[in-house]
Design a protein around this ligand. Structure first.
Ligand SMILES: [Zn+2]
Length: 79
């Protein structure tokens, strides 16, 4: 399930059909660490188009959750 849709209580199946979520990486959230988020097709496109900073600014719930639940998102392996 898409992390943004989950946090904003949106139905990602309704807006995306059953296309699989793709894992996206955020590089500027944690110092020296990569945050890995699940995004639906639409939110993946949005992140690609607007960039990381503006994406987090427009999805403040995700930004807050990234701060509160670091362990959920921090990618431990770089491979
Ligand atoms: Zn989504």
């Amino acid at each position: 399930m898409c992390d943004v849709c989950r946090l904003e209580n949106k139905n990602s199946i309704l807006s995306n059909g059953d296309k699989p979520n793709n894992g996206s990486k955020l590089y500027r959230v944690y110092l020296g660490k990569i945050a890995s988020v699940n995004l639906c097709h639409l939110h993946g496109i949005e992140l690609f188009c607007v960039g990381e900073s503006r994406f987090l600014a427009s999805h403040i719930e995700l930004a807050i959750d990234l701060g509160e639940n670091r362990n959920r998102y921090i990618q431990t392996s770089y491979f």
